[in-house]
Ligand binder design. Structure first.
Ligand code: ADP
Ligand code: MG
Ligand code: MG
Length: 209
């Protein structure tokens, strides 16, 4: 089965809903190792995305995702705005003209998102960033046998891997972004961007299912 444009729209609506619900929690996480704005930033960004969705009712998936990217760049600010913005812009580029995504398209989309985040932020695995949720998701997606795996199963393993990766940031030392200013004191706190990344992937699994 494939992910349709309608499912992509449901995904973005669900992301906005979750980020709104988790706004305080994400902001508290950022208060511990950053500047206490991650929940506020993400809620603002996806609220703006949702407002633009009606004008894209008949657009292809690439156009929808590119809109998400440009909207996040212009509304989120901070570190996460350009990073998530670039991730969704790249996702939009690899899905240009598509009205549905197959399993291999999902793997390509995740790879493009990770590449965008890395080109922009220069972080690697284990630096206590959003990549510590995205990279495990991409790893399991790449390991999946795409001739055998069902879309629902693929999305579920990806979201599970992202969630586990986000939880593992608790014990990591931050070496990128604001949290790196804390040095050793960043250990023992979850990374807010990794948690928001895990929500974004969980919402995709939910929107499809
Ligand atoms: P700011 O730090 O500018 O206030 P946010 O609080 O919205 O921005 O986002 C912080 C999150 O951005 C971090 O939790 C981390 O996951 C992510 N981040 C910061 N720098 C990088 C980077 N270089 N690469 C990947 N992710 C990063
Ligand atoms: Mg912040
Ligand atoms: Mg900030």
């Amino acid at each position: 089965m494939s992910i349709t444009s309608e499912a992509i729209i449901r995904w973005l609506q669900r992301v906005a809903q979750i980020l709104h619900e988790k706004r305080e929690y994400l902001t508290q996480l950022d208060a511990a190792i950053g500047d206490a704005d991650h929940g506020i930033n993400m809620d603002r960004g996806f609220k703006a995305v949702i407002e633009k969705l009606p004008s894209l009712a008949n657009a292809d998936i690439g156009a929808i995702l590119k809109m998400v990217g440009t909207t996040l760049v212009s509304t989120v600010g901070g570190a996460s705005g350009p990073l998530y913005g670039t991730a969704f812009l790249r996702a939009g580029i690899v899905t240009t003209g598509k009205s549905e995504l197959r399993e291999n398209d999902v793997v390509e989309m995740l790879a493009a998102m990770v590449e965008g985040i890395q080109v922009r932020g220069k972080a690697q695995a284990g630096e206590k960033t959003m990549l510590d949720a995205f990279l495990p998701a991409l790893d399991v997606a790449r390991q999946a046998d795409l001739d055998e795996v069902e879309m629902a199963q693929l999305l579920n393993v990806c979201c599970q891997a992202a969630e586990e990766g986000a939880q593992r940031t608790l014990s990591l030392l931050a070496t990128k972004g604001r949290a790196s200013y804390l040095g050793e004191r960043s250990v023992g706190h979850l990374d807010p961007g990794a948690i928001s990344a895990s929500y974004i992937l969980a919402a995709l699994a939910e929107a499809y299912g």
